[in-house]
Design a protein around this ligand. Structure first.
Ligand code: ADP
Ligand code: MG
Length: 605
């Protein structure tokens, strides 16, 4: 029988003389902190549910993230096992550990800890409440499949539906079905999730669903009257207006890091006479941790204006926030078949995201949301954000499942499963790339490349070239891939005719790949431009990655793809390739049977 602390015991443990976690005296500050979270719905309506799976739905600010992990923790007081809470992003992982340490009156890294990609603060044997990113939990499950030292896994913000969190849900349900961990408690929480999907994933009924009443302070939501064409200018004006006539802090949601920097410089100019009263802050993924943390530091004499991407969308509480300005836009990773990797596309957000963004105010006092889109535009937003698994080929997900010992999709079920052809294609591709063997197990090569931040092909990754006149000059006209590489090298040496954003992205990817290769000891071979074998070396590397996509010349204009012999294709008009060798590899076969990004190859390569 599952142990549960009931409501009275839950309150009593936090109101006693001594800290139930370590037996020490509560600090003098504790009682005022305690009163700040005493009345939250999640603690008042604490579910003493003895169910194995609990699906919690409760408005933003109802106390899911901060209160329910404590309840799970108090269930385990007499046992050495941990409660693990997952977050889709790294920033809240760290911030929540900080907040919970305050609420539980301990230091971060002791009873409460966190662990994400390259950062951790925890003490093995002592830490009982651990915040992790989804990816970190997955990594743990590679070596500790049954989560031996974990009593309860709480999947927070489960509406985000990242590939990693979907795989976490799949592996947890697999453990349940195998009955290897019949005692493992699973809690999924969200304000905006698709609860039906979760119920059917875990094969549970309504008795496993807990709905928390809302708690938030009043929030006024305003839509714009007409469509906004320049969201930077619109955001700038609203911020300026609020600085002059309103009170409290402001959080602006922008699609990308560049927008944040752009708006920052606009505001510096615009608010010049008032800069002594405000603190302009940025918040995006690649910002150094110390700068990210400044957003959470109290600044009694300065009003904060925080310019953020959607990393601030979930889980966070900014104590003095009064106004959210929402552009309604995000940069969403979209798979691009032409270069086999994700590309960031500016897209409207979902209604779920809009609710999350609005939910950052009203948490500690009443607040306002200004949406830079009309009510009619809002009505067109999709209800939920499309699961990442459905936005890209299944290959990456299948490789991740293979890493976790899943040999066939019959062994596991995802919240959204791939179609038959998607699955067949993914397993064929992993097999052909020698990453997964015929029995569905990971190969030695698969173990080497599993950490790489690109889709699982050991091919060299290049930019897609916009057809740039002149940039192919002096290049032999045998490979679009090598032309793109030359263009990228030219950009690195200051040629500014290419998309800066794409080149920066390529640069970042290159250095991440180099680091990953070093960490798994794959030697890095450089091809020198003066090397007489330069073309052949690159050509062979390209073939190694793209042999899956070979086409042979059928007649003067048409080409036949080896893998789909019935189809007649043509080469892209923008391709520089002559096709003289009669054999090419390509990156993309587009819906009109045009082969894009092509390289001439020799059969012996
Ligand atoms: P949910 O996960 O349901 O959105 P949380 O558990 O994150 O809610 O937060 C519940 C409430 O606790 C907030 O609305 C706020 O009142 C309070 N709270 C949480 N974190 C902080 C913090 N860092 N500072 C002040 N108050 C906080
Ligand atoms: Mg939350």
């Amino acid at each position: 029988k599952r142990r549960t602390v009931n409501q009275a015991r839950y309150e009593q443990l936090q109101d006693g003389q001594r800290n139930p976690l370590n037996g020490g005296q509560f600090s003098p500050e504790y009682s005022s902190i305690r009163s700040g979270f005493r009345g939250l719905p999640a603690s008042q309506h604490y579910c003493d549910s003895s169910k194995d799976v609990v699906i919690v739905q409760g408005a933003t600010g109802s106390g899911k993230t901060t209160q329910l992990p404590k309840a799970a923790l108090f269930n385990e007081l007499d046992h050495p096992r941990m409660v693990v809470v997952t977050q889709p992003r790294k920033l809240p992982t760290r911030e929540l550990a900080q907040r919970l340490a305050v609420e539980l009156d301990v230091n971060v890294g002791e009873e409460v800890g966190y662990s994400c990609k390259d950062e951790r603060q925890l003490t093995i044997g002592r830490t009982k409440l651990l915040f992790v990113s989804d990816g970190t939990l997955l990594k743990k499950m590679v070596t500790d499949r049954t989560l031996r030292d974990v009593a309860c896994v709480i999947v927070d913000e489960c509406h985000e539906r990242s590939v990693d969190s979907d795989i976490v849900l799949a592996l947890l349900q697999k453990l349940r079905k195998e009955s290897t961990r019949a005692d493992l408690k699973i809690v999924c929480m969200s304000a905006t999730g698709d609860m039906h999907k979760l119920k059917s994933h875990f094969e549970v009924d309504d008795r496993s669903v807990v709905s928390l009443p809302g708690h938030t302070f009043p929030v006024q939501i305003y839509h714009s009257n007409g469509p906004v064409s320049d969201y930077i200018a619109a955001a700038r004006d609203r911020v300026a207006n609020h600085v002059l006539h309103g009170s409290g802090d402001v959080l602006v949601f922008l699609p990308g890091q560049d927008d944040c920097i752009d708006l920052l410089s606009h505001l510096r100019g615009h608010l010049a006479p008032h800069l002594v009263q405000v603190s302009l802050l940025l918040l995006y993924r690649d910002l150094p941790v110390a700068e990210q943390s400044m957003v959470f530091e109290p600044t009694p004499n300065l009003r904060k204006i925080v310019l953020a991407t959607n990393i601030a969308e979930t889980s966070l509480t900014l104590a003095d926030l009064k106004l959210v300005i929402d552009t309604g836009l995000a940069k969403v990773a979209q798979y691009d078949a032409a270069n086999g990797m994700d590309r960031l596309l500016l897209s409207p957000i979902s209604k779920a995201s809009a609710t999350q963004r609005a939910g950052r105010v009203g948490r500690t006092s009443p607040g306002t949301v200004m949406r830079l889109y009309t009510a009619a535009q809002y009505a067109q937003f999709e209800t939920h954000t499309r699961p990442a698994i459905l936005r890209s080929p299944f290959t990456e997900t299948l490789l991740k499942l293979t890493v976790h010992g899943v040999r066939s999709m019959a062994e596991v079920s995802l919240p959204d499963n791939p179609t038959g052809p998607q699955l067949a294609n993914a397993s064929e591709e992993l097999r052909a790339l020698c990453l997964r063997d015929g029995q569905g197990s990971l190969t030695a090569l698969g173990r080497q490349v599993r950490g790489m931040p690109v889709d699982p092909k050991p091919q060299i990754r290049l930019l897609e070239p916009d057809p740039v006149p002149g940039c192919g000059a002096g290049i032999s006209g045998w490979s679009d891939h090598v032309t793109a590489l030359s263009a990228f090298e030219a950009w690195r040496q200051n040629a500014h005719f290419l998309s800066v954003e794409a080149c920066k992205e390529a640069e970042r990817l290159r250095s991440r790949l180099e680091n990953e290769m070093q960490s798994v000891q794959i030697p890095l071979i450089r091809a020198d431009f003066d090397d007489p074998l330069y073309n052949e070396r690159l050509g062979r590397a390209i073939v190694a990655g793209l042999f899956w996509n070979i086409a042979v010349k059928a007649d003067a204009y048409s080409w036949q793809v080896k893998r789909s012999p019935g189809q007649v294709c043509t080469l892209d008009r923008n391709s520089l390739v002559s096709g003289d060798t009669g054999m090419v590899v390509f990156s993309e076969n587009d819906p009109r049977a045009v082969l894009r990004m092509v390289t001439d190859i020799h059969p012996d390569w």
